[in-house]
Design a protein around this ligand. Structure first.
Ligand code: GMT
Length: 386
Protein backbone atom coordinates (compact mmCIF):
# COMPACT_ATOMS: atom_id res chain seq x y z
CA UNK A 1 0.00 0.00 0.00
CA UNK A 2 1.28 3.48 -0.91
CA UNK A 3 2.19 5.83 1.94
CA UNK A 4 0.49 8.79 0.32
CA UNK A 5 -3.24 9.44 0.36
CA UNK A 6 -5.95 10.50 -2.05
CA UNK A 7 -7.73 13.42 -0.43
CA UNK A 8 -10.83 15.29 -1.58
CA UNK A 9 -11.19 18.87 -0.33
CA UNK A 10 -14.37 20.93 -0.36
CA UNK A 11 -14.46 24.56 0.73
CA UNK A 12 -15.87 27.93 -0.29
CA UNK A 13 -13.55 28.58 -3.21
CA UNK A 14 -14.12 32.26 -3.77
CA UNK A 15 -14.10 33.96 -0.38
CA UNK A 16 -13.08 33.88 3.23
CA UNK A 17 -10.30 32.58 5.41
CA UNK A 18 -11.72 29.06 5.45
CA UNK A 19 -11.31 28.86 1.66
CA UNK A 20 -7.77 30.20 1.95
CA UNK A 21 -6.81 27.67 4.65
CA UNK A 22 -8.36 24.76 2.72
CA UNK A 23 -6.61 25.74 -0.51
CA UNK A 24 -3.22 26.31 1.11
CA UNK A 25 -3.53 22.98 2.93
CA UNK A 26 -4.34 21.24 -0.36
CA UNK A 27 -1.27 22.78 -1.98
CA UNK A 28 1.00 21.68 0.88
CA UNK A 29 -0.39 18.15 0.87
CA UNK A 30 0.12 17.93 -2.90
CA UNK A 31 3.71 19.17 -2.57
CA UNK A 32 4.25 16.38 -0.05
CA UNK A 33 3.10 13.82 -2.63
CA UNK A 34 -0.55 13.28 -1.68
CA UNK A 35 -3.10 13.35 -4.49
CA UNK A 36 -5.49 16.22 -3.83
CA UNK A 37 -8.91 16.65 -5.47
CA UNK A 38 -10.75 19.94 -4.97
CA UNK A 39 -14.50 19.46 -5.32
CA UNK A 40 -15.93 22.98 -5.48
CA UNK A 41 -18.19 25.20 -7.59
CA UNK A 42 -15.26 27.18 -9.00
CA UNK A 43 -11.48 27.06 -8.94
CA UNK A 44 -10.25 28.09 -5.46
CA UNK A 45 -8.96 31.66 -5.78
CA UNK A 46 -5.67 30.94 -4.04
CA UNK A 47 -4.87 27.89 -6.16
CA UNK A 48 -2.85 29.88 -8.71
CA UNK A 49 -0.81 28.17 -11.38
CA UNK A 50 -0.73 24.49 -12.25
CA UNK A 51 0.29 22.21 -9.39
CA UNK A 52 1.43 18.63 -9.66
CA UNK A 53 -0.91 16.25 -7.77
CA UNK A 54 -3.82 18.71 -7.70
CA UNK A 55 -7.06 18.04 -9.53
CA UNK A 56 -10.14 20.20 -9.71
CA UNK A 57 -13.70 18.89 -10.10
CA UNK A 58 -16.37 21.47 -10.76
CA UNK A 59 -19.79 21.11 -9.16
CA UNK A 60 -22.48 21.99 -11.65
CA UNK A 61 -25.90 22.81 -10.33
CA UNK A 62 -28.97 21.47 -12.03
CA UNK A 63 -31.38 24.31 -12.78
CA UNK A 64 -34.32 22.28 -14.04
CA UNK A 65 -37.36 24.55 -14.35
CA UNK A 66 -39.33 23.03 -11.43
CA UNK A 67 -36.67 24.21 -8.97
CA UNK A 68 -37.40 27.53 -7.38
CA UNK A 69 -33.93 27.31 -5.78
CA UNK A 70 -31.32 25.28 -7.70
CA UNK A 71 -30.17 22.58 -5.21
CA UNK A 72 -26.42 23.19 -4.90
CA UNK A 73 -26.15 20.90 -1.87
CA UNK A 74 -27.52 17.89 -3.73
CA UNK A 75 -25.28 18.52 -6.73
CA UNK A 76 -22.27 18.82 -4.40
CA UNK A 77 -23.10 15.56 -2.57
CA UNK A 78 -23.53 13.71 -5.89
CA UNK A 79 -20.29 15.15 -7.23
CA UNK A 80 -18.45 14.14 -4.07
CA UNK A 81 -19.74 10.56 -4.41
CA UNK A 82 -18.87 10.45 -8.11
CA UNK A 83 -15.30 11.70 -7.55
CA UNK A 84 -14.73 9.47 -4.51
CA UNK A 85 -15.75 6.37 -6.48
CA UNK A 86 -13.93 7.21 -9.69
CA UNK A 87 -10.70 8.46 -8.09
CA UNK A 88 -10.82 6.01 -5.17
CA UNK A 89 -10.40 8.77 -2.58
CA UNK A 90 -9.46 7.78 0.98
CA UNK A 91 -10.62 10.96 2.69
CA UNK A 92 -13.01 13.84 2.13
CA UNK A 93 -11.83 16.86 4.11
CA UNK A 94 -14.60 19.45 4.22
CA UNK A 95 -14.12 23.00 5.46
CA UNK A 96 -17.10 24.78 7.04
CA UNK A 97 -19.95 22.61 8.28
CA UNK A 98 -22.74 24.12 6.20
CA UNK A 99 -23.45 22.62 3.76
CA UNK A 100 -20.15 20.83 3.20
CA UNK A 101 -20.19 18.42 6.15
CA UNK A 102 -23.83 17.60 5.49
CA UNK A 103 -23.07 16.90 1.81
CA UNK A 104 -20.11 14.71 2.76
CA UNK A 105 -22.37 12.69 5.05
CA UNK A 106 -24.80 12.20 2.16
CA UNK A 107 -21.95 11.22 -0.16
CA UNK A 108 -20.78 8.64 2.37
CA UNK A 109 -24.25 7.11 2.38
CA UNK A 110 -23.88 6.73 -1.39
CA UNK A 111 -20.36 5.25 -1.48
CA UNK A 112 -20.05 3.29 1.75
CA UNK A 113 -18.13 3.34 5.02
CA UNK A 114 -14.64 3.01 3.56
CA UNK A 115 -14.74 6.72 2.86
CA UNK A 116 -13.61 8.76 5.88
CA UNK A 117 -14.87 12.28 6.45
CA UNK A 118 -12.86 14.97 8.22
CA UNK A 119 -14.78 18.17 9.00
CA UNK A 120 -13.05 21.40 9.94
CA UNK A 121 -15.18 23.97 11.76
CA UNK A 122 -14.12 27.52 10.96
CA UNK A 123 -16.31 29.86 12.97
CA UNK A 124 -19.63 31.26 11.87
CA UNK A 125 -20.72 27.76 10.81
CA UNK A 126 -21.07 27.32 14.60
CA UNK A 127 -21.25 30.79 16.13
CA UNK A 128 -23.95 32.07 13.74
CA UNK A 129 -25.49 29.14 11.81
CA UNK A 130 -25.16 26.80 14.80
CA UNK A 131 -27.47 29.14 16.74
CA UNK A 132 -30.16 28.95 14.05
CA UNK A 133 -32.90 26.59 15.25
CA UNK A 134 -33.72 25.62 11.67
CA UNK A 135 -30.14 24.38 11.11
CA UNK A 136 -28.62 23.35 14.43
CA UNK A 137 -29.79 19.72 14.49
CA UNK A 138 -28.57 19.21 10.95
CA UNK A 139 -25.16 20.69 11.79
CA UNK A 140 -24.95 18.50 14.92
CA UNK A 141 -25.78 15.43 12.82
CA UNK A 142 -23.05 16.23 10.29
CA UNK A 143 -20.52 16.79 13.08
CA UNK A 144 -21.47 13.61 14.92
CA UNK A 145 -21.32 11.54 11.72
CA UNK A 146 -17.89 12.81 10.63
CA UNK A 147 -14.99 10.45 11.29
CA UNK A 148 -12.95 13.31 12.72
CA UNK A 149 -13.79 16.90 13.49
CA UNK A 150 -11.29 19.71 13.90
CA UNK A 151 -11.75 23.32 14.94
CA UNK A 152 -9.44 26.28 14.43
CA UNK A 153 -9.36 27.37 18.10
CA UNK A 154 -10.03 26.05 21.57
CA UNK A 155 -12.69 28.72 21.93
CA UNK A 156 -14.50 27.38 18.86
CA UNK A 157 -14.46 23.89 20.38
CA UNK A 158 -15.99 25.33 23.55
CA UNK A 159 -18.63 27.22 21.56
CA UNK A 160 -19.47 24.13 19.50
CA UNK A 161 -20.14 22.13 22.67
CA UNK A 162 -22.17 24.99 24.09
CA UNK A 163 -24.30 25.56 20.97
CA UNK A 164 -24.91 21.98 19.89
CA UNK A 165 -25.54 18.60 21.40
CA UNK A 166 -21.99 17.35 20.79
CA UNK A 167 -19.94 15.16 23.09
CA UNK A 168 -17.54 13.67 20.57
CA UNK A 169 -13.85 14.50 20.44
CA UNK A 170 -12.89 17.60 18.46
CA UNK A 171 -9.24 18.09 17.53
CA UNK A 172 -7.73 21.54 17.89
CA UNK A 173 -5.89 22.39 14.68
CA UNK A 174 -4.89 26.02 14.35
CA UNK A 175 -4.66 27.85 11.06
CA UNK A 176 -1.20 28.35 9.59
CA UNK A 177 0.83 30.55 7.24
CA UNK A 178 3.16 29.79 4.40
CA UNK A 179 6.41 31.49 5.37
CA UNK A 180 7.49 31.58 1.74
CA UNK A 181 4.69 34.10 1.21
CA UNK A 182 4.19 35.80 4.59
CA UNK A 183 7.33 37.59 5.73
CA UNK A 184 8.13 41.30 6.14
CA UNK A 185 8.34 42.83 2.67
CA UNK A 186 10.50 45.78 1.68
CA UNK A 187 7.87 48.48 1.15
CA UNK A 188 9.57 51.75 2.15
CA UNK A 189 9.00 53.33 -1.28
CA UNK A 190 5.38 52.23 -1.47
CA UNK A 191 4.79 53.48 2.07
CA UNK A 192 5.65 56.98 0.91
CA UNK A 193 2.58 56.92 -1.35
CA UNK A 194 0.27 56.58 1.64
CA UNK A 195 1.92 58.37 4.54
CA UNK A 196 4.47 61.08 5.26
CA UNK A 197 7.65 59.91 7.04
CA UNK A 198 6.40 61.11 10.44
CA UNK A 199 2.97 59.47 10.08
CA UNK A 200 1.99 56.03 11.37
CA UNK A 201 -0.06 53.56 9.33
CA UNK A 202 -2.97 51.70 10.90
CA UNK A 203 -4.69 49.04 8.83
CA UNK A 204 -7.87 47.00 8.83
CA UNK A 205 -8.53 44.09 6.47
CA UNK A 206 -11.86 42.29 6.36
CA UNK A 207 -15.06 41.58 4.48
CA UNK A 208 -16.73 44.57 6.20
CA UNK A 209 -19.54 42.53 7.71
CA UNK A 210 -21.20 43.61 10.98
CA UNK A 211 -19.26 40.98 13.02
CA UNK A 212 -16.03 42.81 12.14
CA UNK A 213 -17.23 46.05 13.84
CA UNK A 214 -15.48 48.23 11.26
CA UNK A 215 -17.04 51.43 12.72
CA UNK A 216 -14.92 50.67 15.83
CA UNK A 217 -11.86 50.73 13.57
CA UNK A 218 -12.75 54.29 12.55
CA UNK A 219 -13.33 55.26 16.16
CA UNK A 220 -9.96 53.82 17.27
CA UNK A 221 -8.19 55.47 14.35
CA UNK A 222 -9.77 58.86 15.01
CA UNK A 223 -8.54 58.80 18.62
CA UNK A 224 -5.03 57.74 17.60
CA UNK A 225 -4.85 60.29 14.79
CA UNK A 226 -5.77 63.11 17.18
CA UNK A 227 -2.77 62.26 19.37
CA UNK A 228 -0.32 61.19 16.69
CA UNK A 229 -0.63 62.02 12.95
CA UNK A 230 -1.57 58.80 11.18
CA UNK A 231 -3.16 57.25 8.12
CA UNK A 232 -5.72 54.46 7.99
CA UNK A 233 -5.62 51.91 5.18
CA UNK A 234 -8.87 49.98 4.73
CA UNK A 235 -8.55 46.77 2.73
CA UNK A 236 -11.53 44.75 1.50
CA UNK A 237 -15.17 45.59 1.04
CA UNK A 238 -18.57 44.43 2.17
CA UNK A 239 -22.01 45.39 3.46
CA UNK A 240 -20.87 47.82 6.19
CA UNK A 241 -18.88 49.99 3.77
CA UNK A 242 -21.57 52.74 3.44
CA UNK A 243 -21.81 52.99 7.24
CA UNK A 244 -18.04 53.23 7.50
CA UNK A 245 -17.83 55.89 4.80
CA UNK A 246 -20.46 58.04 6.45
CA UNK A 247 -18.68 57.77 9.83
CA UNK A 248 -15.44 58.90 8.17
CA UNK A 249 -17.29 61.88 6.63
CA UNK A 250 -18.95 62.78 9.95
CA UNK A 251 -15.55 62.83 11.67
CA UNK A 252 -14.06 64.88 8.81
CA UNK A 253 -11.12 62.52 8.37
CA UNK A 254 -11.59 61.67 4.68
CA UNK A 255 -8.05 62.90 3.89
CA UNK A 256 -6.58 60.53 6.49
CA UNK A 257 -8.16 57.33 5.12
CA UNK A 258 -7.24 55.30 2.03
CA UNK A 259 -9.65 52.68 0.65
CA UNK A 260 -7.64 49.94 -1.03
CA UNK A 261 -10.54 47.62 -1.86
CA UNK A 262 -9.87 43.92 -2.37
CA UNK A 263 -6.19 43.04 -2.67
CA UNK A 264 -4.40 39.86 -3.68
CA UNK A 265 -0.86 40.65 -2.52
CA UNK A 266 -1.80 40.66 1.16
CA UNK A 267 1.75 40.12 2.48
CA UNK A 268 2.95 43.22 0.67
CA UNK A 269 -0.07 45.28 1.74
CA UNK A 270 0.19 44.23 5.41
CA UNK A 271 3.90 45.03 5.45
CA UNK A 272 2.91 48.70 5.02
CA UNK A 273 1.23 48.77 8.43
CA UNK A 274 2.57 49.68 11.86
CA UNK A 275 -0.42 48.07 13.49
CA UNK A 276 -3.42 45.98 12.41
CA UNK A 277 -6.81 46.71 13.97
CA UNK A 278 -9.16 43.76 14.54
CA UNK A 279 -12.04 44.77 16.85
CA UNK A 280 -14.40 41.91 15.82
CA UNK A 281 -17.29 40.77 17.97
CA UNK A 282 -16.97 37.20 16.67
CA UNK A 283 -13.70 35.75 15.42
CA UNK A 284 -12.97 32.08 15.83
CA UNK A 285 -9.34 32.58 14.87
CA UNK A 286 -8.59 35.76 12.87
CA UNK A 287 -6.39 34.55 10.01
CA UNK A 288 -5.56 38.13 9.04
CA UNK A 289 -3.93 38.70 12.45
CA UNK A 290 -1.73 35.68 11.79
CA UNK A 291 -0.82 36.97 8.34
CA UNK A 292 0.08 40.32 9.93
CA UNK A 293 2.07 38.60 12.69
CA UNK A 294 4.07 36.69 10.07
CA UNK A 295 4.93 40.03 8.43
CA UNK A 296 6.05 41.44 11.81
CA UNK A 297 2.94 43.57 12.34
CA UNK A 298 1.27 43.45 15.79
CA UNK A 299 -2.51 43.47 16.18
CA UNK A 300 -4.60 45.63 18.46
CA UNK A 301 -8.02 44.07 18.71
CA UNK A 302 -10.81 42.59 20.76
CA UNK A 303 -10.79 39.62 23.11
CA UNK A 304 -13.42 37.90 20.94
CA UNK A 305 -13.43 34.15 20.31
CA UNK A 306 -10.05 32.66 19.45
CA UNK A 307 -8.17 35.96 19.03
CA UNK A 308 -6.48 35.64 22.48
CA UNK A 309 -5.11 32.23 21.46
CA UNK A 310 -3.34 33.91 18.57
CA UNK A 311 -2.52 37.42 19.75
CA UNK A 312 -0.76 37.34 23.10
CA UNK A 313 -1.66 40.47 25.04
CA UNK A 314 1.43 42.62 25.65
CA UNK A 315 3.66 40.30 23.63
CA UNK A 316 2.41 40.18 20.01
CA UNK A 317 -0.26 42.87 20.31
CA UNK A 318 -2.90 44.17 22.68
CA UNK A 319 -6.47 43.09 23.35
CA UNK A 320 -9.39 44.95 24.90
CA UNK A 321 -13.05 44.06 25.56
CA UNK A 322 -15.31 44.03 22.48
CA UNK A 323 -16.44 47.60 21.69
CA UNK A 324 -13.88 49.33 23.93
CA UNK A 325 -12.46 51.63 21.26
CA UNK A 326 -10.93 53.95 23.87
CA UNK A 327 -8.80 51.13 25.33
CA UNK A 328 -7.80 49.92 21.86
CA UNK A 329 -6.72 53.44 20.91
CA UNK A 330 -4.67 53.71 24.12
CA UNK A 331 -2.97 50.41 23.34
CA UNK A 332 -2.25 51.45 19.77
CA UNK A 333 -0.71 54.69 21.04
CA UNK A 334 1.41 52.82 23.61
CA UNK A 335 2.75 50.65 20.83
CA UNK A 336 3.25 53.37 18.24
CA UNK A 337 4.97 55.80 20.59
CA UNK A 338 7.56 53.37 21.94
CA UNK A 339 10.07 52.18 19.31
CA UNK A 340 11.73 49.74 21.71
CA UNK A 341 8.41 48.09 22.50
CA UNK A 342 7.54 48.03 18.80
CA UNK A 343 10.77 46.29 17.84
CA UNK A 344 10.31 43.74 20.64
CA UNK A 345 6.74 43.04 19.51
CA UNK A 346 7.80 42.75 15.91
CA UNK A 347 10.41 40.15 16.85
CA UNK A 348 7.91 38.26 19.03
CA UNK A 349 5.38 38.30 16.18
CA UNK A 350 7.83 36.80 13.70
CA UNK A 351 9.00 34.15 16.15
CA UNK A 352 5.48 33.11 17.13
CA UNK A 353 4.02 33.07 13.62
CA UNK A 354 6.85 31.07 12.13
CA UNK A 355 7.06 28.45 14.89
CA UNK A 356 3.62 27.98 16.51
CA UNK A 357 1.69 28.47 13.27
CA UNK A 358 4.22 27.00 10.87
CA UNK A 359 2.53 25.43 7.84
CA UNK A 360 4.53 22.16 7.94
CA UNK A 361 3.72 21.61 11.62
CA UNK A 362 -0.02 22.12 11.16
CA UNK A 363 -0.10 20.04 7.96
CA UNK A 364 1.48 17.23 9.96
CA UNK A 365 -1.34 17.52 12.51
CA UNK A 366 -3.89 17.10 9.72
CA UNK A 367 -1.97 14.14 8.31
CA UNK A 368 -1.99 12.51 11.78
CA UNK A 369 -5.77 12.84 11.79
CA UNK A 370 -6.12 11.41 8.26
CA UNK A 371 -4.01 8.34 9.04
CA UNK A 372 -5.75 7.89 12.40
CA UNK A 373 -9.26 7.74 10.90
CA UNK A 374 -8.03 5.39 8.18
CA UNK A 375 -6.46 3.12 10.82
CA UNK A 376 -3.13 3.38 8.98
CA UNK A 377 0.33 4.00 10.35
CA UNK A 378 1.59 7.55 9.90
CA UNK A 379 4.77 7.41 7.82
CA UNK A 380 7.85 8.55 9.74
CA UNK A 381 8.85 11.94 8.50
CA UNK A 382 10.41 14.86 10.29
CA UNK A 383 8.54 18.18 10.16
CA UNK A 384 10.57 20.41 7.85
CA UNK A 385 11.60 23.96 8.58
CA UNK A 386 9.54 25.04 11.63
O1 GMT B 1 -17.73 33.32 8.76
C1 GMT B 1 -16.73 33.90 8.41
O2 GMT B 1 -16.27 34.93 8.91
C2 GMT B 1 -16.04 33.34 7.28
C3 GMT B 1 -15.03 32.35 7.73
C4 GMT B 1 -14.31 32.05 6.50
O3 GMT B 1 -14.79 31.25 5.71
O4 GMT B 1 -13.28 32.68 6.30
O5 GMT B 1 -14.16 32.92 8.73
C5 GMT B 1 -13.89 32.10 9.81
O6 GMT B 1 -12.83 31.22 9.43
C6 GMT B 1 -11.52 31.80 9.33
C7 GMT B 1 -10.54 30.71 8.90
O7 GMT B 1 -10.50 29.67 9.83
C8 GMT B 1 -11.13 32.43 10.66
O8 GMT B 1 -9.84 33.01 10.57
C9 GMT B 1 -12.16 33.51 11.02
O9 GMT B 1 -11.85 34.00 12.31
C10 GMT B 1 -13.57 32.93 11.04
N1 GMT B 1 -14.53 34.04 11.16
C11 GMT B 1 -15.29 34.20 12.24
O10 GMT B 1 -15.25 33.46 13.20
C12 GMT B 1 -16.18 35.39 12.22
Amino acid sequence: MKDTLKIGITCYPSLGGSGVVATELGKLLAEKGHEVHFITHSIPFRLGAFHKNIHYHEVQVSDYYVFRYPPYDLSLASKMAEVVKREQLDILHVHYAVPHAVCAYLAKQMVGDDLKIVTTLHGTDITVLGQDVTLKDLIALAINKSDAVTAVSADLIRQTREALDITREIDLTYNFIDKRVYYPREVSKLRGEFAAPDEKILMHISNFRPVKRVPDVIDVFDRVNKAMPSKLLLVGEGPDMPKVQSKIRELGIEDRVHFLGKQDEIAQVISLADVLLLPSEKESFGLVALEAMACGVPTVGSEAGGIPELVLHGLTGYLAPIGDAAAMAEYALTLLSDPVKRDAMRAACLERAHTQFCDQKIMREYEEIYYRVLGRKLPDMAVQGC
